[in-house]
Ligand binder design. Structure first.
Ligand code: MSP
Length: 649
């Protein structure tokens, strides 16, 4: 089995977890799950960073000892993991005895090798960053570039790691391994830093006179270890470096995931430390951008921190995880907003995916008594769908395994949309009407097998929903046996004769009005009252209340068939696909203006919730919207194609 080790950063426990931490951990979880689906031997690690000045200060503020404080916040981080659906194999704390012992072992090794020396140092120390800055690194006003506060000048004796000694070796390694740091923009950033030759030795100790909350240096009891040298070591301390079986099993497949804020410690400090310890370097450092809120970095002081548990409660775990993965282009910053989340949820999950499942399962129930039918000979349209399936699954796997979920999910949605289109084009209801059961069996089998593949590939992103989708398809799914690499070429994993279970609505649409914040609602109500008081009286005759208007359900759909109604010159019998299991039948008074064949394939807007009535013996369930212009009748259409069933709002 191929080893795959993946770590998130270990998060500082100086504040509660927020959306940023949740994102990195969920992204790592999705990648780890993809590797499990390939049958890889996965070790997925996350945890917390508990030593250093920052933590001592936060504990003091909370009126607790550092240990009490760390225990409390670490529990918050740990307890959040199941809420976010995270399947980590281990949770590390830098206060763990095993970790501390291995940090000391590593320090001793590097010290014995002569790569740690004692020296005097004077520098500008930023407590927020827990590091010294050189003059060159500060802003023009002499501030820390990250925290924009004036660092304190501290001169003291300390221990130093000969990092500069490894500068050229690291540069060579990065040049020879184009994928070592990815995406490329961060690789280039590190190359420029190393090429500038500005790499100093790294101060790796703090005198106990200033800080005691850390791992004591094994060769000088008057000092504790600098927090970064301590923290980075977690990646191998959990594997019981150097002799541990886990270390030999997993380290050869090591990858790290971080955001751009901690690029330098991971791309420079860590690999040079590994070189000094004679440990092979990790395979890849994967770097993502920031989540911004209204174009600003999240911060407690600005008060724009998003709480991940609130989002899960409000939108469900599947919707939240899907949005995070779909929205952020790997390596770039992204803006988080609930409006964007709702739009994505409704378009991709409620409309595209939810409708696909609802209508296909309902048709299988109706036409084959809920049993997966046998496929007969394939036609061009089926072969095209199967080719699309291969392409989409191949792209989805390749991109997601490289952390590129926005593109990977877009590739998977090409298949979801392709399957919806396949229904429109093959028109199973027409085959059923014509009693062409062999062809109908081929279409339904192809459809259900495509849906199975979509559900399997959604397991890393929305594990529970994926299991529900698969159980609706009559499948008990075991991720460990999934072997997704073979899913690219094969088509036919769904066993003929399987009993499917048509079930409720997988992704009910999120009604924005229902989900308005109580506070926002109240503000709105107050505003309305004020406005009403200052608005001049208007004539209300013929005016409807908004609530009455909101009762109408306008939908966009595609005309799949149209034919004249017998003995009624003005009427056409039109069937419209609005994303339901069967097209809607509408009797429309448009025969004078529209030839039936000209209507087929057109998108139209209709009122979908009119009570059905009979016209000339035919059921009419809905009304097509049109505008009369002289002798013409124009149909109301959106300005671009939209998924069938899209609601007009
Ligand atoms: N303790 C160090 C890491 C040591 S790793 C050996 C640390 N901790 S942290 O709590 O500040 O976490 C930083 C990480 O949290 C980022 O690299 C990223 O993974 C995540 N994020 C924090 N804020 C974020 C955003 N606004 N957006 C995206 N990710 C963010 O640094």
């Amino acid at each position: 089995m191929r080893p795959f080790f993946l770590s998130t950063p270990i998060y500082y426990v100086n504040a509660k977890p927020h959306l940023g931490h949740a994102y990195t951990t969920i992204l790592a979880d999705c990648v780890a799950r993809f590797h499990r689906l390939r049958g890889d031997n996965v070790f997925f690690l996350t945890g917390v960073d508990e030593h250093g000045d920052k933590i001592v200060q936060a504990a003091e503020k909370a009126g607790q000892t550092p240990k009490e404080y760390c225990d409390a916040i670490s529990t918050l981080f740990q307890d959040l993991l199941p809420t976010l659906g995270v399947s980590n194999d281990h949770f590390v704390r830098t206060t763990d005895e095993q970790h501390k012992a291995i940090v000391q072992k590593a320090l001793q090794k590097v010290y014995d090798k002569g790569d740690i020396y004692f020296g005097e140092y004077g520098g500008h120390y930023c407590f927020g960053c827990e590091r010294f800055y050189t003059e060159k690194e500060l802003t023009e006003d002499g501030l820390c570039p990250d925290h924009l506060v004036k660092p304190e000048y501290i001169a003291e004796k300390n221990y130093f790691f000969r990092m500069s000694k490894y500068q050229n070796g690291l540069l060579e390694h990065i040049r020879n391994n184009p994928d070592f740091i990815r995406p490329e923009r961060y690789r280039n950033e590190v190359i420029s830093l190393l090429e500038s030759g500005a790499l100093d030795d790294l101060c790796i100790s703090r005198p106990k006179s200033r800080l005691t909350w850390g791992v004591e240096l094994p060769f000088d009891e008057n000092f504790v270890t600098y927090v970064w040298f301590d923290a980075l070591m977690n990646y191998i301390s959990v594997l019981e470096w150097p002799e541990g079986q886990a270390f030999s099993d997993y380290w050869p497949g090591a990858q790290h995931l971080v955001a751009k804020d901690i690029l330098k410690p991971h791309a420079v400090f860590w690999p040079t430390m590994l070189m000094a310890m004679d440990v092979p370097l990790y395979n890849h450092l994967n770097v993502h951008g920031y989540w911004l809120v209204r174009d600003t970095k999240m911060s407690k002081s600005i008060g724009n921190v998003i709480e991940p548990a609130d989002m899960v409660e409000r939108y469900g775990l599947a919707g939240f995880r899907y949005f995070l993965m779909r929205e952020m282009t790997f390596g770039q910053d992204s803006s988080f907003s609930e409006e964007a989340l709702i739009m994505r949820f409704n378009a991709d999950l409620a409309n595209d995916l939810g409708n696909l499942f609802n209508r296909s399962l309902a048709m299988t129930k109706k036409y084959f008594d809920g049993v997966v039918p046998q496929a007969g000979p394939l036609q061009d349209v089926d072969n095209e769908l199967i080719a699309l399936c291969r392409q989409s699954i191949e792209n989805c796997q390749r991109l997601c395994l490289r952390f590129q979920f926005a593109k990977g999910l877009e590739a998977l949605w090409e298949l979801v949309r392709g399957l919806n289109k396949y229904i429109d084009v093959t028109a199973p209801w027409a085959l059923a009407k014509a009693q062409d059961m062999e062809r109908l069996g081929t279409v339904m089998y192809t459809l259900l097998e495509g849906m199975r593949k979509v559900a399997v590939h959604l397991w890393p992103i929305m594990p529970e929903k994926s299991l529900t989708m698969l159980s609706l398809l009559g499948i008990t799914f075991d991720p460990i046996k999934a072997d997704i690499e073979s899913e690219i070429e094969s088509f036919g994993g769904l066993a003929v004769g399987t009993a499917i279970q048509p079930g409720g609505n997988l992704f009910p649409r999120i009604d924005v009005k229902k989900d308005e914040e109580p506070a926002a609602k109240q503000k709105k109500a107050e505003k309305k009252t004020k406005k009403a008081a200052s608005t001049p009286q208007v004539d209300t005759e013929g005016v409807v209340e908004f609530e009455d208007f909101a009762k109408l359900d306008f939908r966009v759909g595609t005309v799949v068939s149209a034919e004249p109604v017998k003995k009624a010159d003005k009427l056409l019998l039109v069937r419209i696909d609005i994303g339901e299991s069967e097209p809607r039948q509408v009797v429309a008074g448009i025969a004078e203006y529209w030839k039936p064949e000209a209507l087929v394939g057109k998108q139209v807007t209709m009122v979908a919730n009119l009570k059905p009535r009979k016209l000339r013996g035919e059921i009419s369930h809905g009304m097509i919207l049109a505008v009369k212009k002289e002798d013409d009748l124009m149909l109301l259409q959106p300005t671009g194609e939209v998924p069938n069933g899209s609601r007009v709002s």
